[in-house]
Design a protein around this ligand. Structure first.
Ligand SMILES: *Cc1c(COP(=O)(O)O)cnc(C)c1O
Length: 233
């Protein structure tokens, strides 16, 4: 298994990006995106000291998480449908990718039933792509106060998936845009938002330079996914 080598290489690259940006390397959480990989792969990752894992499909997570080591901690990074919210609240400690008041209300309701408070990140469609999920920035700013007032969710920050580009540098303006939007949100809320989830295998270093606190890395840790053949992200 080359996971250990991949992990130490990614960790070094995170540390170097943090150093370039004058940031503490502990200010970045490496989320290992384990979608499509079996419990054995997660076990191997946990054995190497990896703690945080990201999944984007509720059905897959529901089947897989019970078979994985209890030390693994899980974040949802996919698009959530309201009929899956109850499972998501049960399975995950952070739900990234919330992009409507309706879903946020459903999360709050289900969290209350589960006697929990659910941390969430709000997804922003930073490039205004018609094919992508996520809030338009203006809509996010307009709904933020109402989102934040929901009793059983805590807005912890923003996430985005910029357009795919083979050159990492191309994503930089989108990362800057998301960071700027976080600052605007903090002004509206009058409180800091701790998390900025941005950067994937191809561009996490640029994301860190622009303030990412969570980088979501799949391929560079676990290798290619079978589903990459028909990449529909
Ligand atoms: C799959 C996925 C990732 C990881 O992508 P890689 O390019 O394999 O690192 C990150 N974020 C989200 C939301 C994903 O769905």
């Amino acid at each position: 298994m080359i996971f250990s080598e991949n992990l130490s290489s990614i960790r070094q690259r995170i540390a170097a990006a943090c150093a370039r940006a004058g940031r503490d390397e502990n200010s970045v959480t490496l989320l290992a995106v384990s979608k499509s990989h079996p419990p054995e792969a997660i076990q191997a990752a946990v054995d190497c000291g990896q703690i945080f894992f990201g999944e984007n499909k509720i059905q897959e997570a529901k089947a897989k998480i019970p078979l994985c080591p209890g030390k693994a901690r899980w974040q949802f990074i996919g698009h959530l449908q309201s009929n899956k919210v109850r499972d998501a609240v049960e399975l995950f400690e952070l739900i990234q990718g919330v992009d409507s008041l309706a879903i946020a209300k459903e999360i709050s309701k289900r969290a209350e039933q589960a006697a929990k408070t659910m941390p969430i990140l709000l997804e922003v469609n930073v490039a205004g792509e018609g094919s992508k999920f996520g809030y338009a920035p203006e809509k996010l700013l307009a709904e933020l106060a109402e989102l934040n007032a929901l009793p059983r969710i805590e807005v912890h920050g923003l996430m985005a998936i910029p357009p795919y580009a083979p050159i990492a540098e191309k994503a930089r303006p989108y990362f800057q845009k998301l960071h700027g939007l976080k600052i605007e949100c903090e002004k509206i809320l009058g409180a800091p938002l701790p998390q900025l989830s941005m950067g994937m295998s191809g561009d996490f270093e640029v994301a860190i330079e622009e303030g990412a606190t969570i980088v979501r890395v799949g391929t560079a840790l676990f290798g290619e996914r079978m589903s990459n053949v028909r990449r529909m992200e």
